[in-house]
Ligand binder design. Structure first.
Ligand code: CTP
Length: 399
């Protein structure tokens, strides 16, 4: 996916063992369409060579402020003027202190000071260094100066200790960069999303479930986070990784999903029900495994599960609700009817046989004005379009 198409990023490396992760990061950024200029401090070149970074970025790497390759000898101006963003990863404690003081004694610090674009910083250091008062003061000051601090993560460190201070993984930093460039249409909004299938037990080893992969729900959670929202994802069993920045609550049955939604719904601005919730559950669940033993085929009695979306939409202070409908025929007719029956302003409909478990999807938005088909696209791109559509409709309905 070319999420960073047309984006030019200066990737700055200061001295730290996490420089090895920046090799992977540069590849990921390029894979997603970015052009990456790598600038390294002298200390960073002790951890990873400029040759490696040049080979991976496919562009010259800059270290020296006196670089004769730059015709006007002003690499600090040239590089920062052409950039959409500067990302310092890893950012050492020393480099952050330099940024705070506005020092400019090497190429990387000079171009940060000379920048006319946003600056993002991914700290990487030992946990004690991170926790020290001067570092915390510097981080607070950088935030006040409008610098975006990405991380740090927590976990085992190269020094053998465990705690805060690990640089975010390349995948997390990639997600942060993609998210950074998305419009912040849901800033300060709280979004609750259900995703994936539910499973309904028959006995301790058998279940009834459905073929939902959870991909669309997870893509929406990611898109909502990218748009600046605080996102909670209530998920049935899937094999997917939680999108960066999203809080995930795992459930199995429809009733567990219902209870988790009702416990989380207070204070939410938007509820997006993507989960393929089982409409019925088995009433006579067997406490023990049902044995064949030459007996008759077992009979399962079904009782209806609660309709989570309809119940949320009826709450007195209901959030703005979005439903999904995966149909196998007569999409327009069923989707319009379902939107009205659930009492919701917007429903996304698609033909299930075309999209189940796929990475691409074709959907239509159904609202009070009719059906609005979206062009076929990757689920992540469609998710971003849906989030934009939600934002537009919500602001249009604001009293
Ligand atoms: N939904 C829900 N709780 C349920 C069933 C559905 O929250 N118990 C939500 C789904 O997450 C989806 C929407 O309602 O957003 C539509 O789900 P669907 O199963 O297609 O609708 P039903 O009302 O069950 O209609 P039918 O199965 O007859 O098509």
């Amino acid at each position: 996916m070319q999420d960073l198409h047309d984006k030019r990023i200066v990737l700055g490396l200061s001295g730290g063992i996490a420089c090895y992760k920046s090799a992977e990061l540069v590849r990921r950024l390029i894979e997603h369409g970015a052009t990456v200029d790598v600038v390294m401090t002298e200390a960073a070149t002790r951890f990873i060579t400029p040759v490696t970074m040049q080979a991976l970025s496919g562009r010259p790497v800059f270290v020296d402020v006196w670089d004769a390759r730059v015709p006007n000898n002003m690499a600090h101006i040239d590089l920062s003027r052409g950039a959409d963003a500067i990302l310092i990863a890893p950012a050492s404690a020393d480099f952050m202190a330099k940024l705070v003081q506005g020092r400019a004694d090497d190429l990387l610090s000079t171009l940060c000071l000379a920048r006319a674009c946003p600056l993002l910083v991914a700290p990487a250091m030992n946990r004690e260094m991170w926790l020290q008062a001067p570092t915390q003061r510097n981080v607070a000051q950088l935030e006040q100066d409008g610098v975006n601090i990405l991380g740090p993560g927590t976990g085992s460190q190269a020094c053998g200790e465990t705690g805060d201070g690990r640089m975010f993984e390349p995948a997390q930093l990639l997600a942060e960069m993609i998210g950074f460039f998305q419009p912040k249409s849901l800033k300060d909004k709280h979004v609750l999303i259900t995703a994936g299938p539910t499973i309904e037990p028959i006995d301790p080893v058998r279940v009834i479930s459905n073929r939902s992969s959870g991909k669309t729900g997870y893509a929406l959670a990611k898109a909502a986070w990218e748009a600046g929202a605080t996102v909670t994802l209530i998920s049935g069993p899937t094999a997917l990784t939680t999108p960066h920045g999203v809080t995930r609550i795992d459930v199995e049955t429809a009733r567990q999903m219902h209870d988790a939604v009702m416990a989380s719904i207070k204070g939410k601005d938007i509820f997006i029900a993507v989960a393929a919730v089982a409409d019925w559950r088995v009433e006579n669940v067997s406490a023990d495994k049902i044995k064949k033993n030459g007996k008759d085929t077992p009979t399962l009695n079904f009782v209806p599960n609660p309709d989570i979306l309809a119940e949320v939409a009826k709450l007195p202070d209901a959030p703005w609700c979005v439903g999904f409908a995966a149909e196998t025929e007569r999409l327009s007719e069923f989707a319009h009817e379902k939107r009205l029956r659930k009492g919701i302003p917007m429903l996304i409909g698609n033909l299930a046989q075309h999209v189940m478990d796929a990475d691409h999807t074709t959907v239509s938005i159904f609202d009070e004005y009719g059906e609005h088909p979206l062009p076929p696209n990757a689920k992540q791109d469609v998710a971003r379009q849906i989030i934009q559509a939600v934002t537009t409709r919500m602001s249009a309905h604001r009293p």
